[in-house]
Structure formats: C-alpha cells, structure tokens
Design a protein around this ligand. Structure first.
Ligand code: 3SL
Length: 245
C-alpha cells in the first residue's frame, strides 16, 4: 500500500520533469479522451498499443510493420487525423475494429504524458472506466505514487484532476491525512466538491466545451462510467498491454 504522504499529483504534461517519476509508480490520466480510449482498446483485445509523440513518429514505426497488423490512431484538435484508421473516440475502439491489432497512437496531450513517464518503475493508464483495477494495482506495492493529469496544453483539466481526486478519496477511505502533498490536497478537494455528480461536472469542463460539435455527443458520458472494464493497461519498454490479461 503506498504511503499517502508521498502521493503527488501533477496537473499537465508540462508540469513535471521526467526525473520526477524515476523509480515511482505513475498513473497517466487523460479522461477526455486518450486514457479512456486506450483502456477501451485494451478491453476490446488490442494486442499492443504504442503511444508516440506525433504523426512523424507514428509513420516511422508504421513503416517497419506489415500493413495488415497495425492501425494508426489519434487526433489533432479533437478530430481524426487524415489518413488514420481511427480517431480518439473510445467508442471507435470496438473488438471488431482493434481485436488482435497493434495500435500506434498519438494525441495532443495524453500520449505525450505517457511517453514522458518512461523513467517510472510502473506505468499504468488510468480512467474512470478501469478505476478499480488501478486502485488494486497501486495497493499491491509500496512505491511512491504520482498521478499524472495530462491536462490541456499546459493547463489543468477538471476531468483529469477529478479522477486523481477520486483515486485519492478511495485510497484514504474518504479522509485525507493532514500531511499530504499540495497537489493531492487540490485533487482531493476538487473531487469532494464536484464528485457527487461526476458526469454533470465533467460536461461543464473546458475540454467538454472544446469537444462540443467535434466528437460524438455521448463520448463524455461514456468516459464518465466508473469500473466498466476490468483491464490494467501498463507500459513496459514503450509498449502498452493489459497487465491483468
Ligand atoms: O489531449 C489529448 O490527448 C486528447 O485526448 C484530446 S481529445 O479529447 O481527443 O481532443
């Protein structure tokens, strides 16, 4: 079980240095929508997921593979990238679409956060969809924990912070010890304030507004479902697979 005193929360990709994660367990969070999509893809049987920084890295990897084995996935400004097989709506990641495939994915913030977490001892991809699996994995070790909210271009995102707060709330059974990191206090406090109507609070978030009219209307409610999937996507050597599999 991690010591709650040392759990830290970072609020954007730009807010942490790679070194901050060395030797720790990191949970990477991008509720709208990268981590929710990755969790759904793993649940739908994707063989492996390779997160990359941008399209050029995606193409470099794709060129080394058989065309029938991979799918290019991701978004730019919320929208599927031209020539890609899939965008970044979790609802696209069905068994039919991704079963047994390797996904190469780049998104604006989420996959960057994942790539930047390479020095962590354990790297998990977390979302409300697989909250219970994340809590179970964290409880199994006494590593220091960092919750990485991907945010939006360096800014805090309410939905990511809410999930970090929700994890903290469950880990400390609703009562945050006095001695905790500032980031943990902020995330916990936000969850206490808005967590009783998760979906409505997230609907009112900046990123939900950004996505309005760009993505399927039901993406936000989809990403707000708690414990829908029992998977634990984890990254080793740059590749994400289901550690519960
Ligand atoms: O920022 C990201 O990584 C994406 O998840 C953003 S979007 O919801 O696809 O626009």
């Amino acid at each position: 079980m991690p010591d709650l005193k040392y759990i830290d929360v970072f609020f954007s990709v730009q807010a942490f240095q790679e070194e901050d994660l060395r030797g720790k367990s990191a949970v990477i969070i991008d509720i709208l929508r990268a981590s929710s999509s990755i969790v759904t893809a793993v649940n739908s049987g994707a063989k492996k997921i390779i997160p990359v920084e941008d399209m050029s890295d995606a193409m470099k990897i794709a060129r080394t593979m058989d065309q029938n084995d991979y799918l290019l996935c991701g978004e730019k400004d919320g929208v599927k990238i031209e020539g890609y097989h899939l965008g970044n709506s979790p609802q696209e990641y069905t068994e039919e679409a991704v079963g047994d495939k390797t996904l190469i994915i780049n998104t604006t913030n989420g996959t960057r956060a994942i790539k930047k977490a390479g020095l962590a001892n354990r790297i998990y991809i977390g979302s409300f969809l697989n909250q219970k699996s994340i809590l179970k994995a964290l409880a199994e070790h006494d590593d220091e924990v960092v919750l990485i909210c991907s945010g939006w271009r360096g800014r805090l995102a309410l939905e990511d912070t809410m999930f970090a707060g929700s994890l903290l709330h469950k880990l400390c059974k609703g009562k945050l010890p006095e001695k905790t990191k500032d980031g943990a206090k902020v995330a916990f406090g936000l969850f206490e304030k808005f967590g009783n109507d998760l979906e409505e609070s997230i609907r009112q978030s900046d990123h939900a507004y950004r996505l309005r009219n760009l993505v399927p209307e039901d993406d936000v409610p989809f990403c707000c479902q708690v414990d829908k999937f029992d998977v634990l996507p984890g990254m080793k050597d740059g590749i994400i697979t289901n550690l519960n599999g």
